[in-house]
Design a protein around this ligand. Structure first.
Ligand code: COA
Length: 236
């Protein structure tokens, strides 16, 4: 007798009442990039806890701040999900001054042309696989579709400067913000918009902060990338 026959509880379960079509509807996408919403806040914070709190006792955004920014400007966040599980994320908000000040840590300035990237983090088990740079690349490409964005800025500890330089960020100087004994370098990335996307969005007359519009432009880029016309779209 086979092992499976001897152990009937190991037999593959057949469920003829479930059609293949119905099964497919329950399949989560292998890989998905999408803006975050307040329901993702706990997953975001779980990653932050491991990445920052366990290391230094603090983190860039506390849970209430994560919820705050995901409520105010979800279109400036991006999550990478694998089979429904959050594996990496970026949270940003708008800022309206040349350099970051303490206010930038808690405020969203909807009239600003700068996106302040508060945090990029990759789940521990998915690090060292190039996911952080890939997510950052997609995020920066996405920002090019937003007509009001001129640059992205972030503050990081000195050891991460080379990491962000590889994504195209340039050092702006020492950041005036300090957290306990930690000091930071301020870095910026010029966001040169894609002329066609900007022209279309202005011609269509979407309000500049319309979330649906941002979802639409993200969807257009995802579609274009899928069908190989991404390079064409990027020609200014
Ligand atoms: C930093 C982070 C986003 C990188 O994402 P990733 O997907 O692991 O990136 P990669 O696969 O390209 O590889 C890791 C790279 O991160 C950088 N890096 C990560 N941790 C580092 C550290 N402690 N010291 C120096 N460089 C570090 C290095 O450039 C490294 O590249 P290398 O291995 O070629 O030297 C990820 O390590 C992370 O989430 N860390 C915890 C949260 C954090 O520090 N976020 C950034 C501040 S907001």
């Amino acid at each position: 007798m086979s092992l499976v026959g001897a152990l009937p509880f190991l037999k593959p379960r057949l469920s003829p009442s479930v059609s293949p079509g119905r099964q497919r509807r329950h399949t989560l996408p292998a890989s998905e990039f999408r803006p975050l919403n307040t329901q993702d806040a706990i997953s975001v914070f779980e990653i932050e806890k491991e990445a920052f709190i366990s290391v230094s006792g603090d983190c860039p955004l506390h849970l209430d701040e994560v919820r705050h920014f995901l409520m105010l400007c979800p279109e400036l966040s991006m999550g990478w999900f694998e089979e429904g599980r959050l594996v990496a994320f970026i949270i940003g908000s708008q800022w309206d001054q040349d350099r970051l000040t303490l206010d930038a840590l808690t405020l969203h300035k909807p009239k600003g042309s700068t996106v302040h990237i508060h945090v990029l983090a990759v789940h521990r088990t998915f690090r060292q696989q190039g996911k952080g740079p890939i997510l950052m690349w997609r995020y920066l490409q996405y920002l090019r579709c937003l007509p009001y964005v001129r640059r992205a800025v972030l503050m990081c500890e000195d050891f991460l400067v080379p990491f962000y330089q590889k994504s195209g960020f340039k050092v702006q100087g020492r950041c005036s913000i300090t957290v306990a004994s930690l000091t930071f370098t301020e870095m910026q990335y010029p966001v040169r918009g894609h002329a066609l996307m900007r022209r279309n969005s202005e011609a269509i007359g979407f309000p500049q902060t319309n979330t649906q519009h941002h979802m639409h432009t993200l969807a257009v880029f995802t579609h274009a990338a899928k069908f190989g016309s991404f390079a064409k779209l990027l020609v200014q």
